[in-house]
Ligand binder design. Structure first.
Ligand code: BG6
Length: 558
């Protein structure tokens, strides 16, 4: 299918309900988003076959998306830009509407103006008058306190009007983009106010579907995650709940599955016979960026390891599912998590390192230490860096160490999964040649420079037998001519379509907490695992190097 085909297939000629003739565009096409898409696509040009299929050409049913915490950072930086990009590059359903809810005293117009600024700052697609005007018609605002039943009455009334005027047929997507302490008041408010209903017979809801997307951290340990799961289960069925981990929406993370399970080449060596170790790195150059209040309570283990890093580990280690669907994929991921034995107290001392950045350099400028950041206690014990070694006790991976590390204020932003292979059993060149060899590595680069690299040995040209390690690169940008959609675009669309494959199931959440909980417990005793300072702009505490060097290995410098 070509870009041009996509345009043709998605043109929807109905007038938008609730708009008078003047508001309908001059061609009378009416569906703002289809029109917007056509306008951006311009005249059909010769299709680029490499780009075919890059559009997410699936159109969900009409719906209203209700965002709680709409005045926050997540809505401004991620959600609204993603919705706008979807609207422009990909038709959103006719009548698609957003209702923002927060405590701010805004009108619909204030809300639209703020969202316009946010979209202009962070969307992939430039904002023009025409495109914004079409998008903004579907934005509405409800002011209210999340703990006040009045808020839900007001929201319900607003949604009834939208149902009628924009014909979204009672379909509702709730999005919790608030601090986690509001999750329960909001879901209770939705249920008690009759705004949402528990749809056990999910396939055939009586009046429109109701779904809820909930941001991480889902709980702050196993006990709180379980009680949140139990409470939510009384208000929404599991099929209605979409626990979001935006790493799963990243194109490159999904590509790990394609790489592993759509090629015959790699699986035969993807196991303990050939793999020496796996290193998963998620390094960030930024600090906590004004989120000190949230971060103090979370720390890198909860913020990154419990969710994103363990998700990366599952996609690299899981067995091939029989089908690419929600349960088949998630069943395999859960099996991996259940095969990891949580570290004992002794192991926490030797296999887990936690660090906190001190003043140093970031982007060539002096930067303050974590304890000087706004919202952070001067004697904070919160970790901004974690390195740990895990083992997966199953047939494929027994004995292969998985080294995970993540940190803020590292020298650069890079996320990668590196699979390091064993050396060859006998190197015949040893006796005759000049060798400078490192083992084979397949590195799956999640961001930036998205792609896959293979490191292997090659002969240096010339009469002598000289071998060197070289690199073969696949780069997304070069092969497909453009980068894919943002993770939130993909995941929001999936939630509207009712596809849970890239969202975390309750047993995944519980298993991940089951691994992290003993570490949090162990850390309560500072003697077990003291917090190690590291200078901002470095690769973390020296203790993390010592941890891996003890195994005769070293961290990659990605
Ligand atoms: C979020 C964390 O989930 O992921 C942040 O809360 C972190 O602390 C962010 O900065 C990293 O995401 P990305 O997509 O920039 O790698």
């Amino acid at each position: 299918m070509t870009d041009t085909d996509t345009v043709r297939r998605t043109r929807v000629p109905n007038a938008e309900p609730g708009l008078n003739e003047d508001e309908v565009g001059s061609e009378g096409s009416g569906n703002g988003f289809a029109t917007l898409f056509d306008a951006w696509s311009g005249e059909p040009t010769a299709p680029n076959p490499l780009r075919s299929g890059l559009h997410l050409d699936r159109v969900p049913a009409p719906c209203a998306m209700v965002i709680f915490g709409v005045s926050g950072d997540l809505t401004a930086r991620k959600l609204m830009p993603a919705l706008y990009d979807l609207a422009v590059n990909q038709p959103l359903p006719e009548g698609f509407s957003v209702v923002g809810v927060s405590h701010r005293d805004w009108s619909d117009d204030d809300f639209r103006a703020r969202m316009r600024e946010a979209v202009a700052a962070s969307a992939r697609t430039p904002v023009t008058e025409e495109s914004w005007e079409l998008f903004a018609r579907g934005l509405f605002y409800v002011r209210g306190d999340f703990a006040d039943s009045e808020t839900y009455r007001g929201l319900g009334d607003r949604l009834s009007i939208i149902d009628r005027e924009r014909r979204v047929e009672g379909n509702r997507l709730f999005y919790l983009a608030t601090s986690p302490n509001y999750y329960l008041p909001i879901i209770r408010g939705l249920a008690e106010g009759g705004v949402s209903e528990r749809q056990a017979n999910y396939e055939e809801p009586t009046e429109g579907w109701h779904r809820i997307v909930i941001e991480k951290p889902f709980g702050r340990d196993l006990a709180t995650a379980r009680s949140l799961i139990a409470e939510m289960a009384t208000i929404f069925s599991e099929r209605q709940i979409y626990r979001i981990d935006h790493y799963l929406g990243k194109e490159t993370v999904q590509n790990v599955l394609a790489f592993r399970f759509a090629n015959i080449l790699f699986d035969p060596v993807w196991n303990r016979q050939y793999v020496d170790n796996v290193q998963i790195t998620a390094a960030e150059s930024i600090g906590v960026e004004g989120r000190g209040g949230y971060y103090e309570d979370a720390g890198a283990l909860r913020d990154m390891v419990q969710s994103h890093l363990l998700q990366l580990l599952t996609v690299v280690a899981m067995e091939p599912p029989a089908f690419f669907n929600g349960n088949a994929v998630r069943d395999e991921k859960v099996k991996v998590l259940r095969s990891i034995v949580a570290p004992t107290d002794d192991e926490i001392a030797t296999r887990v390192v936690r660090g906190q950045y001190e003043a140093g350099y970031g982007g060539g400028h002096p930067v303050e230490g974590y304890r000087e950041e706004r919202g952070v206690k001067p004697n904070s014990q919160t970790e901004t860096y974690v390195a740990l070694k895990l083992g997966i006790d199953n047939w494929r991976w027994d004995g292969v160490p998985f080294y995970l590390r993540t940190g803020k204020r590292m020298p650069r932003r890079v996320t990668e999964i590196a699979v390091e292979f064993k050396r060859v059993p006998h190197l015949m060149f040893q006796s005759v040649g000049d060798l400078d060899l490192t083992p084979n590595v397949i590195s799956l680069r999640i961001q930036p420079d998205e792609g896959i690299a293979l490191r292997f040995a090659a002969k240096v040209p010339g009469g002598r037998t000289q071998l060197r390690t070289v690199r073969m690169d696949f780069l997304y940008g070069a092969s497909f001519g453009q980068s894919g959609p943002d993770a939130y675009e993909r995941l929001l669309l999936d939630a509207m379509l009712g596809d849970p494959t890239l969202f975390t199931r309750r047993d995944e959440v519980e298993s991940a907490w089951g691994l992290v909980d003993p570490i949090l417990e162990g850390w309560k005793d500072p003697a077990t695992s003291p917090l190690r300072p590291y200078e901002a702009g470095t690769w973390g505490p020296a203790k993390a190097d010592a941890m891996i060097e003890r195994d005769g290995r070293s961290w990659r410098r990605p």
